[in-house]
Design a protein around this ligand. Sequence first.
Ligand code: SF4
Ligand code: SF4
Length: 297
Amino acid sequence: MPVTEFICPNGQKVGVEKCLKSCVREQRCMFLPTLRAVAKSVDRKLEQPTVTELIAGNRETYLKKMTGYAVSPESVLYALQGQGVHAVHDQYAGGAILSEERLRDDTTSGQFDLYGQLLSSDDGVLGDLKVTSSYKIMRALGYYRKSVATGEVYKTGAKKGQPKYRQQIFTDGVRFVFEWAVQLNYYRMLLEAQGFEVHDMYIQAICRDYNLRLASERGIDRHIYLIPIKKISDRWLKRYFAHKAKVLRTSLKNHVLPPVCSSRERWHDRKCRDYCEVAAVCPYGARIMADAMEKAV
Ligand code: SF4
Ligand code: SF4
């Protein structure tokens, strides 16, 4: 089941159809075409799960497919930014570049963004477009912040005589790209099964908030980054996806809620608390949100 209700800015819930027909308030909270696009972007069909659906936690994907839930249109606008960027690239692909082709195997299906001569005359480059936050890009690049001694000491006050520290960005950390790497590698495998050679894989990440101070504090001072992705073994990919698809299929068939998403899938609870669209209908997510609200008062 897709999103069935929109949450108005005043917290009122309104059926999506009803909202699109006419606003229950004096004036719409955003343009009607924007609302139509949002409604389309959250309309999830109950068909074979895609690569991106299998990368998310099975519980999250199950709830998005099986449960009617409500979202604030504003909170899912980010998806339209991504769709806009994809549409522009699709329009300007062509020639030695393929774009937005959906490929399938027995387990799943996936639509790669771009393949071909993306960066040079090498026609075996697979690319994926992301419109994302400076936080995600910082982690994908392996950047991190650490306190370093400035060599100076406080001359007055309670800290007199103690060393001064400042935050510094380091670029030699672990690159957290698991989900992107798994997604792109599965597309690679699907392409190779069709006889296309893939020599290199890249994420082109466009930073949504690069002009904010927060982004520069994270070491992100550019709007766009090319992030190389390493090859993952086909054997591992096949086993990982086959297992997740089997668990999800069984849950969907028997109408049984899958186990709680893994700690990595739920971003160590950050996703449940702030970003998961179905948290309100997930017993685990509802508890995390209730705890967070209790702490906030
Ligand atoms: S347009 Fe906005 S305010 Fe009006 S019903 Fe829809 S979600 Fe609510
Ligand atoms: S709230 Fe957390 S555990 Fe529940 S579906 Fe969302 S990410 Fe998974």
